[in-house]
Design a protein. Structure first.
Ligand SMILES: Nc1ncnc2c1ncn2[C@@H]1O[C@H](COP(=O)(O)OP(=O)(O)OP(=O)(O)O)[C@@H](O)[C@H]1O
Length: 287
């Protein structure tokens, strides 16, 4: 059985070119078994491309990837069985019921009807969708559809789950409910790779975060360690329309700096450093 230090996913020097566009410029990372790892980056950074390659939906131009002991590109059928994918687009069949959507997916993965029936019951209960099981998907709210999409990916009991922007477009309450569901999936032992461009999502959910920008990983660590590299406190200084932020190792240093400036500039705000500061610092741009 894998221990805490066993890796679930290892990616080495992954490159992807689409004609003249190089979407991935050689990215490498390792995700431990049981870890929740977030790829955080702006639109077009290469997050979906990474997931599509690891799920066997797009061929890489170069590089290697492993799920535990399985070579993803040399043993694609075995690799595919080990992962569940929650795509960005909700590709459920709206005219079918929740149970029917799960049945079709399960049959595609080679499960027996009895296995699907049992597993669907467990998962629909787990996602608080059991009372809607026989209704058509088109009657569900956006948040419920997302929950169904997530449990559909868990039907064949994959060891690894990929979530591509799982909460995009959802309101804050629904987003938090999904965060709870995602955390509890991790607590049951599933390794999760999640992509997002919501900083607070990565900060709340992830054990470790990788910042991705223009096809390169620019930093990988725990959210706390990434923030710590900048210091502990930040001072935002507004001059006219310009905003400048300075970082300090402790509150005393930040306070002394703000006091000196308070008569000269329009606005000085002292606060703790957050993950967005780290993202902007490491990538040189806003998400
Ligand atoms: N099939 C394709 N053909 C050509 N270029 C593509 C294709 N898919 C992605 N790209 C390009 O590759 C780059 C990375 O795209 P990707 O979808 O991986 O980014 P992303 O980080 O997932 O962004 P988003 O948050 O918008 O989903 C972008 O420049 C994109 O235009």
């Amino acid at each position: 059985m894998p221990g805490q230090d066993t890796f679930a996913i290892k990616v080495e020097n992954l490159v992807k070119r689409y004609g003249v566009i190089t979407a991935l410029k050689g990215i490498s990372f390792t995700i431990k078994s049981g870890e929740l790892f977030a790829l955080l980056g702006p639109n077009g950074a290469g997050k979906t491309t990474t997931i599509r390659i690891l799920c066997g939906l797009t061929r890489p131009t170069g590089g290697q990837a492993f799920f535990y002991e399985v070579d993803v590109f040399k043993e694609p059928i075995q690799a595919k069985k080990m992962v569940g994918l929650v795509p960005q687009a909700i590709n459920l069949d709206l005219e079918l019921t929740l149970k029917e959507n799960l049945l079709i997916h399960g049959l595609l993965f080679g499960l027996s009807r009895e296995q699907i029936r049992k597993r669907s019951y467990e998962l629909l209960r787990f996602a608080e969708l059991w009372d809607r099981a026989n209704e058509k998907v088109k009657t569900l709210s956006g948040g419920m559809r997302r929950r169904l999409l997530i449990i559909r990916a868990l039907l064949h009991q994959p060891r690894i789950l990929f979530l591509d922007e799982p909460t995009v477009g959802l309101d804050p309450h629904i987003r938090r409910k999904l965060w709870g569901l995602i955390k509890s999936i991790q607590q049951k032992g599933t390794t999760i790779l999640l992509t997002t461009h919501y900083i607070e999502e990565a900060e709340f959910l992830a054990d470790r975060v990788a910042f991705i920008n223009a096809g390169r990983l620019v930093a990988i660590d725990t959210p706390q360690a990434l923030m710590k590299q900048l210091g502990e406190y930040a001072v935002d200084i507004v001059r006219g329309t310009e905003l400048e932020t300075k970082f300090f190792p402790d509150r005393k240093a930040a306070e002394e700096f703000s006091l000196k400036l308070s008569n000269e500039v329009e606005s000085v705000i002292l606060r703790r450093i957050n993950l967005e500061d780290a993202f902007v610092y490491f990538t040189g741009r806003k998400v």
